[in-house]
Design a binder for this molecule. Structure first.
Ligand code: BMA
Length: 822
């Protein structure tokens, strides 16, 4: 197979609707150099023809681009010799979105789905010598609104309502954390392919028996082999995780489909993050014509058993919702993923790795690819396989009542089929999910979400028929879930006793205090979130110096959440003393976000106890990342700088955690989580400190922590009040393995003493920090993006915290704690 990427010879220009298409195409003026893969906004930005939409209020100034039609043209030479390797096919990996293709004046394609790739036999249209490929991209807004006026306006949350008629990444229409940037262009590669024979598809479901001692790799390879050459043969080989060849089979003469099962005794397993290695086998298919290798295709596969469990819970209504991996029940701490940039073609693999490595370092087990984005790049899933991050994959529907007319359903079928075929070999993939919050919007409009499908909510046919059928047919071994949230009472898809939940009673809806998170969770919380300002680096993009103050117009403009500034003000002033200067204000929002999200994760992991008592199986925070400089729910901003909440969640998801909660004026509850597979014996020591730094009580417990669960440790006769705080440590063989602290709330009632924080640099890339009195939410910030081993932690006298801070050396350091808000 010969592949030739068409990356040269491209130009683009704005379509002049006053001219005929022919006049416009042949007119030589107005063409600009285009990068492919790419989108119009990316090239206009690079050429300085539009202001950076990420900066200040510029988003408003670039909307004309998405409202216009655009022409792309590629001139390339071709010669019949190129067809020596077989028929010429023009391949388009993804066209955003309404695209009509002309080759040498012949229309060869009309496409309206950015998630669908195309293979076009073009041999008959090619000329020896100069060829011209023309793509007309029509404005997604104009076409979408035309469809809407023809078929009716549908309710949505976020973005222009016409988006439901357009198979384009929905977040491009603007969301409550992102700008409207209606990109247009060939966002995936365009290439020519010549192949007499080619591998069309490889699928190798793996069965593993209950005791995990035997695995069957059932390989099935489909080839296109029109010429039926007797020389052609296909070798299918399986290599273990060390690269050793385990077995191979060669098929000749070559059939359209070849199948072979490889049996592997005592297979090396693929484990999620923190539970073991992510062993991956390699399945390699090699197509040969005599001695010539025509094509090699490989997949990296993992042997693992991932089951979605929904069992009864002793003494409680409903059912649990948790994942079991290789027979081990796991609490899925994790996060929701949104696309990592508004301009998709410029997302570099390093950006994916940076975000996902941080998620892994935070002991996360699951990443949910949210339905308003894209089926992510292969790099994303390869990284999740490598890092042990399970993936909850939404199909691409979010916060809307979508149509279900025939053309739409067929377009979705093609899109979903190609996504399932592309992603199904990844061991990280744990579950397919029909949509994001479409049952919520239907329920909010009192439209039936169960029973016979009606026109009031037609897309249920997609979520409850089309997609589960496709998943059962193409990827039978994996769970499918109709929507998120979903499950439980037929009239309540966000029922807390069953299925997954989106907990937005904190921040949205009734704006409950974040201290109420623990008792407002569910069986598997797939969304919850709190807002905070990003790093100084992002803030510099958001606002020019004069606009860098709390509540400025530029900050508001990058704070897309509905009623955001009001809601943030409520949560800030309910909990902290609110400063007016941007430096401490940014700290205050991050400290508050950290307190809120930690309270949620601690409270819900607490419910993941022994079998029969898996009250909550996971907590996926909304949202892991940002796609532009934003004031949002992210815990890592668009400059890939973790907020304090990132570290708070990392502490709450650690394999070994110790936690406390207020119980009464005189007592506090204690519990510990142990996700390791061994039972642990240790000592829990709790001290009661005055805020002025005296120890005024301590208690000790001998504890045994069962594996793979949280163990309640009863109560201790020590409590917090406005002048006392509790510090707890878990000691195993005399070493401190987990710590916790408990402060009286709201924190704004506390009058803290000056901790006189002292920082020393005992070694290169190392730092120790000590305090004179109990210090809350100690924040370290440097100009450089330092990979702190911890941040936003609490500090107690006599116990300095030692941190690794690679690259810190000379950088000026800002150190803050809650005392600074006084
Ligand atoms: C949920 C998500 C997103 C949204 C978030 C914050 O609705 O599914 O659509 O951005 O809440 O409001």
């Amino acid at each position: 197979m010969q592949r030739r990427d068409l990356t040269e010879g491209w130009s683009f220009k704005q379509r002049d609707l006053a001219k005929t298409l022919a006049e416009d195409c042949t007119a030589e003026e107005g063409w600009l150099p285009a990068s492919v893969p790419g989108v119009v906004q990316g090239d206009l930005l690079v050429m300085g023809l539009i202001p950076d939409p990420f900066q200040s209020l510029n988003e408003a100034a670039v909307q004309w681009v998405g409202e216009s039609d655009w022409l792309y043209r590629c001139r390339f030479s071709w010669s019949p010799e190129d067809a020596a390797h077989g028929e010429t096919t023009l391949c388009c990996g993804g066209l955003d979105t309404f695209a009509t293709l002309w080759l040498n004046g012949q229309q060869i394609l009309a496409s309206d789905n950015m998630f669908v790739a195309h293979r076009l036999p073009v041999q008959a249209h090619l000329l020896a010598g100069e060829n011209e490929l023309l793509i007309v991209f029509e404005s997604p807004l104009r076409i979408g609104q035309a469809r809407e006026s023809e078929m009716g306006k549908m309710p949505v949350w976020n973005g222009d309502s016409s988006r439901v008629y357009v198979r384009k990444a929905q977040y491009h229409y603007g969301w409550d954390w992102g700008p409207c940037l209606l990109t247009v262009g060939p966002w995936q590669p365009v290439w020519l392919e010549n192949a007499a024979t080619r591998i069309v598809d490889m699928h190798c479901p793996i069965e593993i028996n209950d005791d995990l001692q035997r695995a069957q790799f059932s390989a099935r390879v489909t080839v296109e082999h029109p010429e039926k050459s007797p020389q052609a043969e296909l070798q299918v080989a399986l290599y273990d995780a060390t690269g050793k060849l385990l077995a191979e089979r060669t098929f000749s003469p070559l059939e359209e489909t070849v199948e072979h099962t490889f049996d592997v005794e005592r297979p090396e397993l693929w484990w999620p993050n923190g539970y073991g290695a992510q062993a991956r086998y390699r399945l390699v298919s090699t197509l040969r014509e005599g001695d010539v290798v025509m094509e090699v295709k490989e997949q990296r596969l993992g042997v693992r058993r991932v089951h979605l469990r929904q069992d009864t819970i002793v003494g409680e209504a409903g059912k649990s919702f948790y994942f079991e991996v290789n027979n081990v029940p796991v609490f899925c701490g994790g996060a929701n993923w949104i696309p990592a940039d508004m301009l998709l073609p410029r997302i570099h693999p390093d950006r994916y790795r940076a975000y996902l490595q941080l998620a892994t370092d935070a002991h996360m087990l699951m990443i949910r690819v949210w339905g308003g984005g894209i089926y992510e790049d292969d790099v994303f899933y390869d990284l999740c396989d490598e890092l042990g991050l399970l993936v909850w994959q939404d199909f691409l529907f979010a916060c809307g009542i979508y149509p279900a007319h025939e053309a739409f359903v067929e377009s979705v079928r093609t899109e979903a089929e190609s996504a399932i075929r592309r992603l199904r070999h990844h061991p990280c993939l744990a579950l397919w999910c029909g949509n994001n919050e479409d049952y919520d919007i239907a329920r909010s409009l009192k439209r039936p979400i169960a029973g016979p499908v009606t026109n009031a909510f037609p897309a249920r046919a997609i979520y409850e028929q089309l997609l589960p059928e496709l998943c059962a047919q193409l990827d039978p071994g994996r769970a499918y879930w109709p929507g998120s949230p979903y499950g439980g009472a037929p009239d309540n898809n966000n029922d807390r006793s069953e299925g997954d939940q989106h907990v937005w009673s904190i921040w949205h809806q009734t704006m409950l205090p974040y201290q109420d998170y623990p008792q407002n969770g569910g069986r598997f919380v797939s969304e919850f979130g709190m807002v905070a300002l990003p790093s100084a680096t992002s803030l510099a993009m958001i606002a020019d110096p004069l606009e860098r103050y709390p509540g400025s117009r530029a900050l508001d403009f990058h704070f897309k959440a509905e009623g955001g500034i009001r809601r943030l003000a409520v949560y800030l002033s309910e909990n902290l003393r609110v400063p007016a200067d941007i430096g401490r204000y940014r700290y205050a929002t991050q400290a508050m976000q950290a307190e809120a999200l930690a309270a949620a994760v601690r409270g819900w992991r607490r419910l993941f106890q022994e079998p029969g008592h898996y009250g909550c199986g996971g907590a996926l925070v909304w949202q892991l990342n940002d796609c532009w400089p934003s004031i949002s729910w992210s815990i890592i901003d668009d400059a890939v700088r973790p907020k304090l909440a990132y570290y708070a969640i990392r502490r709450a998801l650690a394999p070994l955690v110790l936690e406390m909660a207020h119980e009464s004026e005189t007592a506090s509850a204690v519990w510990a989580g142990n996700s390791a597979s061994e039972e642990i014996h240790g000592i829990v020591r709790v001290r009661r400190w005055s805020l002025s730094g005296q120890i005024e009580g301590d208690q000790e417990l001998a504890v045994t922590l069962a594996p793979h669960q949280t163990t309640p440790l009863g109560s201790i006769d020590l409590a917090v009040d406005a002048t006392h705080v509790l510090q707890a440590r878990l000691l195993i063989d005399g070493a401190v393995r987990a710590t916790a602290s408990l402060w009286s709330e709201p924190l704004r009632y506390l009058t803290l003493a000056d901790p006189e924080l002292a920082v020393e640099f005992p070694s290169e890339g190392g730092l120790s920090i000590r305090t004179k009195v109990p210090a809350k939410s100690v924040w370290l910030e440097a100009e450089a993006n330092i990979a702190w081993s911890d941040n936003g932690f609490d500090l107690f006298p006599g116990e300095p915290v030692i941190l690794s801070a690679p690259g810190l050396a000379s950088a000026p350091l800002v150190v803050r704690s809650l005392f600074d808000l006084q």
